[in-house]
Design a protein around this ligand. Structure first.
Ligand SMILES: [Zn+2]
Length: 82
């Protein structure tokens, strides 16, 4: 088990957190103009890199706040959170 750094609570055990997917996925500026294929891409398609990846995490059992973290997907180790 590893510790994850919550920006508000400090380091806590990973079982207190929930993964929220890729960070910085912007909502479409003009959603009415999107085709079905573009909507599918927005909803379902995410990057899947081997290495550093910016993600959303929730400290669901603690302060319940969301934050961004950079995690290495090859080692599962967190590099930073904010
Ligand atoms: Zn917290």
């Amino acid at each position: 088990m590893q510790l994850i750094e919550c920006p508000w609570c400090g380091p806590r055990e990973e079982v207190e957190f929930h993964y929220g997917g890729q960070a910085h996925v912007a909502y479409p500026a003009d959603p009415q103009a999107l085709s079905d294929e573009e909507w599918a891409h927005y909803v379902f398609f995410r990057d899947n890199p081997k290495g550093l990846f910016t993600e959303r995490w929730s400290h669901s059992v603690g302060c319940r706040r969301w934050f961004n973290a950079v995690r290495d997907t090859a080692t599962y180790r967190f590099q930073a959170s904010s």
